[in-house]
Structures are given as structure tokens and as C-alpha cells.
Ligand binder design. Structure first.
Ligand SMILES: C[S@@+](CC[C@H](N)C(=O)[O-])C[C@H]1O[C@@H](n2cnc3c(N)ncnc32)[C@H](O)[C@@H]1O
Length: 551
């Protein structure tokens, strides 16, 4: 089996014994970094586990542990490698999504192995499968975001859309409900296991580029220099929304009238963002859209009033359509290998979570010509079923989706403008120093707050160490330098805290001001954690220095 990032295989050896081999995929763009981590943790690159019948009750747990430690590294993304070099032994959740990917990769492999024979070791494989299923269940149990259903919301339009879906061949084990603070969402109609499909949408029920290409606006749009198919789709949807004969009428009818994303923040909310990078991000994103609009309108309406009626192409409607596509668009890979941003009716009801039920979706199954949404973790009947929209920071989620996810978002990082790449020092001393950008995140994610770590990202510390003593690579002795580094980092982040200022909670504030303030509070929490970690680290160093001097 191959999961893009890791190869798992079973080889028969002697005396009914088998070898389970877990190897890093060389196609993984992070291959070199992961290889270095595996080596630095003392793992050989050819991860092998001998499977023999049967080695006692502890054997399954120990084997799962070995497999999981490796799979965590193999499934990690660049961000996780940057921050922790992956704390493979951690029993804490540093990133539930990666933990889920690692467990799910192991489970999928074992399921495949079981269905393709290996009778002599089927007991072992069953035990490993049960163990991974239990671990996935435990992971999900630790992550239960609050989701309260609003009972007085009529879901008539949504139900009509579900019925339309059934008539188009949509299969589902989900119902729609309205949730406090999240709008519509999907709940499981029965207990769903890992591998069950929450949804299956035939390609014919997906809004894709084909529709604009067949429309009467295409011959006009294709003549515009540099216009993308995504922009064409957006313009098509602005008109189709009002088409009483549209094949997707029930879909458009069920869309929210307003989206409430960062793109429609009012002046007060923008002002409330003062001191955060999100202020610039939202302003720039909106300016970019305004420029794009002004390049197309009113020219298109003036030149082709029959195809582009002025009343359907106002700036406000353009912005609504941008919010629709940003917050509901899904990347879909079709069977011809083309990747398109599409609107997927019904799947668009699924909300996002940091520990989603559906992790892998977006590739059309050629056997059924449909888009499937299989579960990577179980979802009980009546429970809200979540999707992963992607590995997004809170600033991205606020700007383009208009919400902050519940729980600690590991992708919530603050980039630091100290970009210059430093050359890799020797592999033995700091194998993961070769980064082009530096960043920080809440230090509560780090499990190592000890001396020389302080809960801060190792590559960032190495960057400062190298900048101070380019020749000396082993800084462990250099406590004074460490102290200076921590003082520098602390003062930078104290300045940031000061720029952020204080916010006073105001329950009567509008939705956008509340969201902006909530975002700002989160930023403050992240920055405060760095200041505190620097402070605690300095104390550790001073204690150490005192000990040295007292000898
Ligand atoms: C694809 S739609 C999901 C369905 C949406 N709730 C609705 O009523 O149409 C994406 C939007 O749902 C909302 N949303 C998704 N996940 C959320 C979450 N975890 N918490 C709050 N709102 C969420 C945001 O408004 C986002 O822009």
C-alpha cells in the first residue's frame, strides 16, 4: 500500500514469519527532512517489524507503538517538522489531524493486508487492526467540540436539496441540522465506522467548469486576456443563481444570503484588528477583489447587456460570489487528472474541524464516477460529522470562511520576518536547521520546555545561535549566549503584545467586531505564551549559571 507519504508492505520470511516493512516514500517532498529525523531518533530507514504467531498480549501494543512512532514522522507536514522535529513518543496530542492520518494509514494497510490473504498471520493482523480502531476511537473521544443544534430553524430548503440529491443518485448517511455559531451542518443518521462513506456525490451533481464552458458567456469570457476558469465559474454562478430553470436551482436557493467572512468586515472590525497581521490580510484581499471587479465591470455589462445584465453584476453580488467560492469551493480531481475548484451540493453542508471525520476526499472514483467522503474516524448517529477544509491558520479561516475553529489550531502560526536562510550546519548537530522561513506558535503545543528548548521551535533557536556564534555549533555550554537569545526574543514579542493592546469584551458588538476581537485575543494568547516561555527559559539558564559559578 502507498499513502503518498509512506509505504507499507508485508514480506514472508522463514518459519511462517513475516516482516512488516514501513518505509518513507521517496516521492514525499519532505523526504530528506523526515529521513534526517528518523535517523536522529535512532530508527533505521527500513522500518521492519517481525510478525510471528503469537508473542503475548503486550506484543500488539508494543508493535502498534513502533508503527505509530514511525507513521507520525512519515505523516507529518513541514510545519510539524519545523516546530517539534516531531515528538514521536508523545502521548499528548500535538496535532490531532496528523495523529489521525498516522493511525488511519496503519489501519488502511492492515485492512488491505487482511483482504489479500496472509492467513498464517491473520490473528496478528486482526489484533493490530482492533488496536488501531481503538486508538482512533480514543483520539476522537478526546476531541468533542461543542455543537448545539438550534431546534427552531426550519431546514426546508436544505431538505428539498437533499431530495433533489437523491433524485440525482446522491447517497448519504447524513441529515442537515442548524448549529449554534456554525450555521448548517451534517449529522450522522446512523453509527458510521471508519471506511464508511458519509456521502457519495455523482459527478453529474457537481458544479464544475464544464457548465461555464457550455454556457453562452464562455465565447465572451475566453477572449479576455488572463482570465482564469475559476473567475469564469464565479461569473457564471452570479447569473445562474437567478436562473429559474437552472439544474442547480435548489442548490442556489439553499445558499445563505450573507456569508459573514473577513471579506465583508466593516470599518469597526477592521479597526479592532489593529496590531494584527490579519488587518493587512483582509484589506489586501478585498482590494485585490475590487481591482479584479473593476477590470471586468462595467465593461462586460456595457458590451454584452443581454449576457451580463447590470443588476446581476453589482460589486456586492460579486463579493457574495467570492465568499461563496472561497468558503464552499472544493478542489476536485476528475478521472482525466484535471484538478478543478467546484461547488459540491450537499457536501457543502459539512463544517470544518481540527480533528475531522472525513480527511481524504476530493478524488473522483473512476469505478462509480462519483466523489466519495469516507470516514477516517467513526461518527455516531446524531453526532455532527466534520470535514477538513485544509491545514489553515485562523487568519485564513477568518478571512475566507468567517470563523475560528474550536480547540487549539496547530496551524495558527506567526511568521517572523527574519527570513534569510542559514546554511545547514553539520547533520549531527542540528539536522533540521535548513528552513527558509521562521515562525512561532503557542508554546503550549511544545512538550519540551527544558533548558535549550524552552518550548520554542528548534530551527528558530538554531538560527539565533548561528547568527551569534557561526563557528561554534555546540552551544550547550554557552549559557550566556542562550540567555541573550531569549532576552531578544522576549523583547520582540513584548513589543508585539504592546502593539496589540487590550480589548474589552462587548456582547452587544456586531458579528464582525466580535470575531475580530476573538481573533485578536487568540493572537495575544500565542504571543503571551512565547513571552512566558522566554521568561521561564531565562530563569532555568540563570539557575544553571548560578550553579556553575558556585563551583
Ligand atoms: C462549506 S460551508 C459549511 C456549511 C455552512 N455552515 C452553511 O450553513 O452553509 C462553510 C462555512 O460554514 C461555517 N463553518 C464551517 N465550519 C465551522 C466551524 N467549525 N465553526 C463555525 N463555523 C463553521 C463557516 O461559516 C464557513 O464559511
Amino acid at each position: 500500500m502507498e499513502d503518498g507519504k509512506l509505504h507499507l508492505s508485508i514480506k514472508a520470511i522463514e518459519n511462517d514469519q513475516h516482516l512488516l516493512v514501513l518505509k518513507l516514500s521517496e516521492d514525499d517532498p519532505l523526504f530528506e527532512k523526515k529521513k534526517k529525523i528518523l535517523e536522529s531518533k535512532g530508527f533505521n530507514l527500513q522500518g521492519q517489524v517481525v510478525l510471528e504467531n503469537h508473542s503475548g498480549p503486550d506484543w500488539t501494543n508494543k508493535t502498534m507503538d513502533v508503527l505509530l512512532q514511525r507513521a507520525r514522522i512519515m505523516c507529518s507536514d513541514e510545519l510539524e517538522l519545523y516546530f517539534s522535529g516531531v515528538d514521536v513518543n508523545s502521548v499528548h496530542l500535538y496535532n490531532p489531524r496528523i495523529e489521525l492520518e498516522a493511525l488511519h494509514s496503519i489501519l488502511s494497510f492492515i485492512n488491505k493486508a487482511l483482504s489479500s490473504g496472509y492467513h498464517t498471520i491473520s490473528d496478528i493482523l486482526h489484533d493490530l487492526r482492533d488496536s488501531s480502531v481503538n486508538m482512533i476511537q480514543e483520539l476522537g473521544d478526546k476531541f468533542r467540540p461543542e455543537s448545539r443544534i438550534v431546534t427552531n430553524y426550519s431546514c426546508d430548503k436544505e431538505r428539498s436539496l437533499l431530495l433533489w440529491g437523491e433524485s440525482k443518485g446522491v447517497r448519504r448517511t447524513l441529515e442537515v441540522a442548524y448549529f449554534e455559531g456554525a450555521g448548517r451542518g451534517a449529522i450522522a443518521t446512523k453509527d458510521l465506522k471508519v471506511g464508511d462513506n458519509a456521502l457519495e456525490i455523482p459527478v453529474s451533481a457537481i458544479i464544475s467548469e464544464e457548465l461555464v464552458c457550455e454556457s453562452d458567456m464562455f465565447p465572451i469570457l475566453e477572449k479576455i486576456d488572463g482570465i482564469s476558469l475559476e473567475t469564469m465559474m464565479l461569473l457564471w454562478s452570479m447569473k445562474e443563481k437567478h436562473n429559474p430553470d437552472s439544474k442547480f436551482k435548489l442548490y442556489f436557493d439553499a445558499l445563505p444570503e450573507v456569508f459573514n467572512t473577513g471579506l465583508t468586515f466593516g470599518v469597526d472590525a477592521i479597526m479592532a484588528l489593529e496590531g494584527t497581521l490579519l488587518l493587512e490580510e483582509t484589506v489586501q484581499a478585498k482590494e485585490h477583489l475590487r481591482t479584479q471587479y473593476d477590470e471586468l465591470f462595467p465593461a462586460l455589462c456595457n458590451d454584452h447587456p443581454d449576457i451580463f445584465p447590470t443588476e446581476l453584476y453589482t460589486w456586492d453580488q460579486f463579493l457574495w460570489a467570492c465568499e461563496l467560492w472561497y468558503s464552499n469551493g472544493m478542489k476536485v480531481m476528475f478521472t482525466d487528472g484535471k484538478l478543478q475548484t467546484c461547488l459540491v451540493p450537499i457536501a457543502g453542508f459539512l463544517n470544518h474541524s481540527l480533528c475531522p471525520h472525513v480527511l481524504h476526499y476530493g478524488k473522483v472514483d473512476s469505478a462509480t464516477n462519483s466523489l466519495k467522503f469516507p470516514l477516517s474516524r467513526p461518527c455516531n448517529a446524531g453526532e455532527q460529522c466534520y470535514l477538513s477544509y485544509g491545514k489553515f491558520s485562523s487568519s485564513h479561516l477568518v478571512t475566507f470562511y468567517g470563523f475560528l475553529p474550536q480547540g487549539e489550531n496547530p496551524y495558527d502560526v506567526i511568521s517572523l520576518d527574519i527570513g534569510a536562510k542559514i546554511e545547514d550546519c553539520s547533520e549531527d548537530c542540528c539536522p533540521l536547521s535548513n528552513w527558509t522561513n521562521h515562525m512561532v506558535r503557542g508554546t503550549w503545543f511544545s512538550k519540551n520546555h527544558g533548558i535549550f528548548h524552552y518550548g520554542l521551535p528548534p530551527p528558530l533557536l538554531d538560527h539565533f545561535r548561528l547568527a551569534r556564534s557561526p563557528i561554534e555549533t555546540n552551544t550547550n555550554e554557552n549559557l550566556e549566549t542562550e540567555l541573550e537569545i531569549l532576552e531578544d526574543i522576549r523583547s520582540t514579542f513584548e513589543d508585539m503584545l504592546e502593539t496589540l493592546g487590550e480589548t474589552n469584551p462587548d456582547n452587544s458588538a456586531s458579528w464582525d467586531v466580535k470575531l475580530a476581537m476573538e481573533y485578536k485575543d487568540q493572537q495575544r494568547r500565542i504571543i503571551s505564551s512565547i513571552v512566558t516561555s522566554c521568561h521561564d527559559g531565562s530563569k532555568l539558564l540563570k539557575d544553571e549559571l548560578l550553579k556553575k559559578w558556585s563551583f
